[in-house]
Structures are given as structure tokens and as C-alpha cells.
Design a binder for this molecule. Structure first.
Ligand SMILES: Cc1cc2nc3c(=O)[nH]c(=O)nc-3n(C[C@H](O)[C@H](O)[C@H](O)COP(=O)(O)O)c2cc1C
Length: 197
């Protein structure tokens, strides 16, 4: 098997999606992938971040993790995205990053990359499916290949059952959450391996 290269991208204000990304990285490596864990750049003013203890703490926690570059995207065969739901859609930080990809799109460098997405929200039905579809919508324009979890594993009947991608209320991960993230990450690796074979 050609080793699939997976970029695990995350944006996380308070830590939930960082934890999801860490689980996804571990599972992808266990499934045989080479993995880069990279963060989507913050765009909020530093004084706003400093004004919230939880936000500042998360910024400090991920200070040593590199920001995603275009080289990471070109390198990757597949992308795993973990990012929160904001007002029923993607955070502006994620959207701003997506909007830097125009040149890669123009050169056809996003074609046939696999993508999968996860999210969190305060409320179980706080707009999570819309957030995931926002990302897949962009992926369609790239000619990328969305990989949904669907109900491809029994864990999807335990984790809240979002077939578009794992989603959870903000906060700590449970054992079921970890299994669901691992399933989605492994599925991304396995299908990516078939595509690049
Ligand atoms: C500006 C803003 C908008 C938000 N909008 C929603 C929303 O539409 N629905 C919802 O359930 N939660 C909403 N939330 C809660 C976030 O989804 C929650 O903080 C996030 O999932 C936590 O992820 P993180 O720990 O990775 O930052 C919002 C939070 C903020 C700060």
C-alpha cells in the first residue's frame, strides 16, 4: 500500500476541536498514514483573545503547533478538518483560510484530494450539519472527494448519528466520541489509500 499522507487541520477556540484533531491524528497513524497536525491561523484581534481566559489558554496550548501552509495542502492526499460551529456555519477563521486556496484551485492542485470534516456546537442541533456541508461544498468546487462516515460502523448508532461527520456538544470527549473519530479517520485513510494506489 502506498502510504497515504493526511493533513489533520483544526481550528479551536476553547479546545474541543483540538482534542478531536489529536484523536484523528492518532487514529490515522494507527491506520498506516503519514500525518501532519496543523492549525488554521487565528484572525481575531489579540486583545479580544486576551480578554477571555479560555481562549487565551487554548492559544497557549497550541502555540508550538505549526500553522497550515499551502505546501501542507499540496503534500496531503487527504484532509481531516475539525472546527466548531459558529452561528450555524464555519468559523470565519476557517472560511478565511479556505479563501486563500484560490491559486491552488486555479492550478488544479486540490483535485482528487479526499476530505472529511467534524465539528462541535453548544447545542446538539446548533447547526452542525450545515457547518460540515459548508466544507464539503467548497470541496466540490475543488474537485475533491468528500468522505462521509454515513452509518458505516456501529459507533454511528451510539455517537449521536451524524452521517455527514462526527459532531458533539462542546467539551470533553467520551470513549464513544473517541471511537467515532477514530472510525472516521481510519475510513479517510483507507479510502485515500485506494484512490492513490
Ligand atoms: C461566535 C460564536 C458563535 C457560536 N454559534 C453557535 C451556533 O450557531 N450553534 C451552537 O450550538 N453553538 C454555537 N457556538 C458555540 C461553539 O460551537 C462552541 O464554542 C464550540 O463548539 C467549541 O469548540 P472549541 O472548544 O473547539 O472552540 C458559538 C460560539 C461562538 C463563540
Amino acid at each position: 500500500m502506498t502510504t497515504p499522507k493526511i493533513a489533520v487541520l483544526f481550528y479551536s477556540t476553547y479546545g474541543t476541536n483540538y482534542a478531536v484533531a489529536q484523536e484523528a491524528k492518532t487514529a490515522a497513524e494507527q491506520a498506516g498514514a503519514e500525518v501532519r497536525l496543523v492549525k488554521i491561523p487565528e484572525t481575531a484581534p489579540q486583545d479580544v483573545i486576551d480578554g477571555q481566559e479560555g481562549w487565551k489558554a487554548q492559544q497557549d496550548r497550541v502555540a508550538e503547533i505549526p500553522e497550515v501552509t499551502h505546501d501542507d495542502v499540496i503534500w496531503a492526499d487527504g484532509i481531516f478538518l475539525a472546527a466548531p460551529t459558529r452561528f450555524g456555519g464555519q468559523p470565519s477563521q476557517v472560511r478565511a483560510w479556505i479563501d486563500t486556496l484560490g491559486p491552488l484551485w486555479g492550478e488544479g492542485k486540490l483535485i482528487n484530494k479526499t476530505v472529511t470534516a467534524t465539528t462541535s456546537a453548544q447545542n446538539p442541533n446548533g447547526g452542525v450539519e450545515q457547518t460540515l456541508m459548508n466544507f464539503y461544498n467548497a470541496a466540490v468546487h475543488w474537485g475533491a472527494i468528500p468522505i462521509y462516515p454515513g452509518f458505516t460502523n456501529a459507533v454511528k448508532f451510539e455517537d449521536g448519528g451524524n452521517p455527514y461527520g462526527f459532531s458533539k456538544p462542546a467539551g470533553d470527549l467520551t470513549e464513544v466520541h473517541s471511537r467515532s473519530i477514530a472510525h472516521q479517520s481510519k475510513r479517510l485513510v483507507e479510502l485515500t489509500a485506494k484512490i492513490i494506489a
